[in-house]
Ligand binder design. Structure first.
Ligand SMILES: [Zn+2]
Length: 805
């Protein structure tokens, strides 16, 4: 539970409960355990304040255009959080895979992929289908409590649980906060509460009876597959029905909705429901339009924030292009903001990236290269404010720990979203309900799909936009980025069109683990395993011998046996691991990014040349890790990166661009103004650095020899982590940041200026540490600086009377 959030009506904050946890904990546990049918929570405990948040761009004179957010007391929040955490473990078992919202390991993407597959199936099999998206009016707030308790009881919740939930929802009262004043308390009679972690779980449980009725009703038709009837899907209150035999199905559906509505208080705004017809005749459409008040969608319906068109070739135009346009507009609008270079990259990470990630994951289709070309142009224009980029795109998109700026590489994120399917396809049995729908478009088992090398036409029977583009991209990149090998250890030997009449299911090795026979299973010591190793002696017949010969021949045809790998590549392991590892998308993105930008960033080479000593790859690693965490101040961070990435225009560099300019140093007028000279070697800057080193050594007790590697690159003989939290790093950072501040001025920075600038940083740090209640840490870091400032800084006061020459 995060500290710093608004407390409830009693005013006790999260920090209060955290600080006195040992005192309050046992009493709180005793209180919860004492609750039973006769005792209940105090009214004051259950009170809430409701804040009304206006929905953007709506008419704010209407009450329906405000979102009520309950501010509950923290003790109630602890209790609901605890119940929610316990319940979470059981939710996947209680809620059918048709429902994905708020269920661990299920995502919005599961529902959109399922819908797209169903549209494809309806088109491919010429089956008239309607897709009905249901608008449930304020569904979260309407749930009837009696219905809720009955549902929970039926699902097997024990009496203790029901008592807790009854206590939470028994007589809650709330007061509305409007313009800073509070209304008198009002009773609340129904609805799960917003702002409570248990509420969404209870809501999806109360929705389950409706969905189960729809599933069980044989008159509500959907696309039948052997083990599941695809007629209803839900993401919390976003319900999407996919109905075949529409006229009959709709009639029975309406009856189910009415019954459920009467029992649970669930209401549907029929006129706001949208219907999309796929392969529907004009007559059928007319019949639906005249019998129901639904909005008939002509080309596509919106579901979970994406557009689902009846013609799937329009998926790109209806989703990707509008997003690109909106984002380009936003970027143009934001260009005028006074935000630094690094700040702009942060805006892209925090605002732009999530919007693209959502669409990449919910609609993982092929995207033309011009989309990313245009996007990249727009992003670069925004970051560089229409000027010429000073850092290469490759260096900007690298991971920060590898010397980049962590600018999201959106094309690779798109690829990573496509490759999530390699993992989905590999699971056996499939964990996602849409996988069997894609299986219907294939000639081979879907688990083998990523590891087949036959032409796509031999694998795919129906051109589903969710399959071929992913597979093509995978085949291009798996070798070039070394994600997989050829042949892969996972190459199927059964169900492989390249080995058609070879392996029947009768010839399987004894210890077959997995859904199909893989190449790795048949190999041992870089050669096909002997037949006696694969089959029991009594099973070897002339026929199996023949089959074995075919098998070894096929394996040899894949390549010289020493090149046949039996151990999976890290990427293969990542994609086939069951259950799927958390944050798989970012892990895949990371490995794609690292594989596409191997080695050091381009500027590192140039530094190695300039400094004259070769900085080892390992040392560069330390430099990058420190750079990513060098300072809390964005300005100092930015100076450090600008320096590392050679952003500044030195006299020699300017001379290369404009030959008329002078290439000597503007300070000493003595030597060529190279990077190393301007920042370190110039006699006038060296005396500044020498004083800085003397003072830092004196204050910190370190014994650092003056060196550009220490001063400029933070390459110090101290463990990186210790150094990152030290005073020395702050002092060096500030000393360095003064050099560009005095760019093109003859006089170098003075120690007095440095002391003043350090004070600025120290004050910021003091604020930071006192706000996060870590004042003692601040003191540990800054003590000796404060001591120096009080006792010695006066020695460096500038002379007030200028020296007359
Ligand atoms: Zn110089």
């Amino acid at each position: 539970m995060k500290a710093g959030k608004s407390p409830g009506p009693d005013g006790f904050t999260v920090a209060y409960y955290k600080t006195f946890r040992t005192l309050l904990g046992p009493k709180f546990v005793a209180l919860l355990n004492a609750l039973d049918g006769s005792t209940s929570l105090d009214h004051a405990t259950l009170r809430a304040h409701i804040a009304l948040i206006p929905k953007p761009d709506r008419d704010h004179t209407l009450v329906s255009n405000y979102r009520p957010i309950s501010l509950l007391n923290v003790d109630i929040k602890i209790m609901t959080k605890m119940l929610a955490t316990r319940l979470n473990a059981f939710i996947p078992g209680l809620v059918h895979p048709d429902q994905t919202g708020f269920v661990p390991t299920r995502e919005a993407r599961d529902n959109t992929l399922r819908a797209i597959n169903l549209i494809h199936l309806a088109n491919a099999t010429h089956t008239p289908t309607v897709f009905l998206s249901i608008d449930a009016e304020k569904a979260f707030d309407r749930v009837d409590w009696t219905f809720l308790y009955e549902t929970l009881k039926l699902l097997g919740f024990g009496p203790k649980w029901l008592t807790w939930i009854r206590n939470l929802y028994s007589v809650p009262r709330a007061s509305l906060r409007v313009n800073g004043t509070y209304s008198p308390d009002i009773d609340i009679r129904n609805g799960t509460r917003q702002g409570c972690p248990l509420s969404p779980l209870l809501f999806i449980l109360t929705l389950e009876p409706l969905l189960q009725r729809i599933r069980d009703n044989t008159s509500i038709h959907g696309h039948p597959l052997p083990f599941h009837h695809y007629n209803v899907a839900a993401f919390a209150d976003d319900i999407l029905l996919s109905l075949t035999n529409p006229l009959v199905s709709l009639k029975h559906l309406m009856a189910e909705l009415d019954t459920y509505g009467a029992l649970s208080n669930f209401q549907i705004n029929l006129s706001k429901c949208e219907v999309l017809g796929v392969r529907i005749t004009e007559r059928m459409k007319k019949a639906i339009v005249t019998s129901y008040p639904f909005k008939w969608a002509h080309r596509s319906i919106r579901y979970l924030g994406v557009a689902l068109p009846s013609d799937l070739s329009q998926l790109y135009i209806t989703n990707y292009e509008p997003l690109l346009q909106t984002i380009s507009q936003d970027l143009r609008r934001w260009k005028i903001l006074h935000v630094s270079w690094l700040g702009r990259i942060n805006i892209l990470k925090m605002n732009i990236l999530p919007r693209f990630l959502y669409i990449f994951q919910t609609i993982p289709i092929g995207v033309p290269p011009k989309f990313f070309a245009l996007l990249r142009t727009n992003l670069l224009k925004f970051i560089w404010n229409d000027t010429h980029p000073r850092v290469s795109y490759a260096d900007m998109t690298r991971h920060r720990n590898r010397g980049g700026l962590g600018l999201p590489h959106l094309e690779l994120y798109h690829t990573a979203a496509l490759f999530l399917k390699i993992s989905d396809w590999s699971m056996s049995p499939p964990t996602k309900l849409w996988v069997p729908l894609e299986q219907k478009c294939l000639k081979i088992p879907i688990t083998t799909l990523p590891w087949q090398s036959a032409p796509l036409t031999k694998l795919i029977s129906s051109p589903n936009p969710l399959i071929a583009p992913t597979l093509r991209r995978w085949r291009i990149l798996k070798m070039s980025l070394s994600l997989s090998t050829h042949p892969s250890p996972l190459t199927p030997l059964t169900f492989n069109p390249l080995f058609p009449d070879g392996m029947s299911h009768h010839f399987l090795p004894l210890e077959l683990d997995g859904p199909y026979l893989t190449l790795a299973t048949c190999m041992a010591n870089a050669a096909p395993r002997p037949i006696s190793d694969m089959l029991r002696q009594d099973k070897i017949t002339p026929l199996t011998h023949f089959r074995y010969q075919q098998l070894t021949h096929f394996i040899q045809s894949l390549g010289p046996s020493q090149t046949v790998r039996t151990d999976e590549s890290p990427f293969e392991t990542l994609c086939t691991r069951d259950p799927r590892p958390p944050h798989l998308l970012s892990t895949i993105y990371g490995s794609l990014l690292d594989a596409s930008t191997p080695g050091l960033p381009s500027y590192a080479e140039r530094w190695n040349r300039d400094i004259g000593t070769d900085i080892s790859d390992e040392d560069w690693g330390l430099i990058f890790q420190t750079a990513a965490h060098a300072s809390r101040s964005l300005h100092i961070q930015q100076t450090h990166y600008k320096f590392l990435m050679r952003w500044y225009l030195t006299p020699t560099r300017l001379h290369k661009i404009y030959s008329t300019t002078d290439k000597t140093c503007w300070r000493c007028r003595d030597s060529p103004g190279t990077f190393v000279h301007i920042w370190w070697e110039c006699s006038m800057i060296r005396s500044y650095w020498d004083s800085v080193f003397t003072i830092i050594n004196e204050i910190t007790g370190l014994d650092l020899d003056p060196s550009p590697l220490v001063a400029l690159f933070h390459l110090v003989p101290i463990p990186t982590l210790t150094y990152r939290n030290s005073l020395a790093i702050q002092l060096f950072n500030v000393a360095k940041s003064l050099i560009p501040r005095k760019w093109r001025l003859v006089t170098p920075p003075t120690i007095w200026e440095w002391i003043q600038a350090v004070e600025g940083v120290r004050e910021m740090e003091e604020m930071f540490f006192s706000r996060s209640s870590k004042y003692d840490k601040y003191h540990v870091i800054w003590y000796w600086w404060l001591d120096f400032r009080t006792k010695r800084s006066r020695d460096y006061t500038p002379q007030l009377v200028p020296v007359v020459e």
